[in-house]
Design a protein. Structure first.
Length: 195
């Protein structure tokens, strides 16, 4: 009889487990989706982005033209008495030349800024070097004649090289003028390309 009581208790436990499993499955399948299936609340107002047109005048680039910095001249003092410093007033041609140089620099910077905004910068390929001293020498030559340049690292099968390019220039015409200038210097410039 002891065995039949044990068998009976096992059957009761199995029924309880079966009823519990059915109740759990019913909860997961029917009741849980009813609780979680609430519609989301209304979204906020639609997001609108307005980009001002460049020609409308409402577009500001944020580029501020640089004004030249005039260094102050101080006389070295060798004795206890201060030596008078004579500063000659600039001649009429000096301010005009400075004004023209500033205007030319401002226009060049403006063109560079427009090229950066439009992402239509023109460059002149020059050369690629393995040694940094060669890169510096070429950049020094370019800056001596007033041609801007930049470098790019390039990985090749022979190792890493540094590519030197003149520019970027705002227009293709400006890049072609620089190409002619570089050729006149004795360099072998590559093609004028869009960056």
């Amino acid at each position: 009889m002891a065995e039949s009581e044990e068998a009976l208790q096992l059957k009761r436990r199995a029924r309880r487990r079966l009823v519990g499993a059915i109740a759990l499955v019913t909860f997961v399948v029917i009741i849980l989706p009813l609780i979680l299936d609430k519609e989301p609340g209304p979204a906020g107002p639609p997001l609108s982005v307005q980009i001002p047109d460049q020609e409308s005048g409402g577009f500001k680039t944020g580029i501020v033209p640089q004004t030249p910095v005039i260094p102050q001249v101080t006389a070295p003092q060798k004795s206890a008495e201060p030596a008078p410093v004579k500063v000659q007033p600039p001649t009429k041609s000096e301010p005009a030349q400075a004004k023209q140089a500033n205007e030319a620099q401002r226009k060049a910077e403006e063109q560079r800024a427009r090229a950066a905004l439009n992402d239509q910068a023109w460059v002149v390929a020059l050369d690629a070097f393995a040694e940094k001293k060669n890169v510096k020498q070429l950049q020094a030559k370019l800056s001596a004649v007033g041609v801007k340049s930049y470098t790019e690292p390039v990985k090749t099968s022979k190792g890493e090289l540094t590519r030197v390019r003149a520019g970027p220039f705002a227009t293709k015409e400006a890049a072609e003028k620089a190409h002619a200038k570089l050729a006149a210097m004795g360099l072998k410039p590559g093609a004028v390309t869009n960056r």
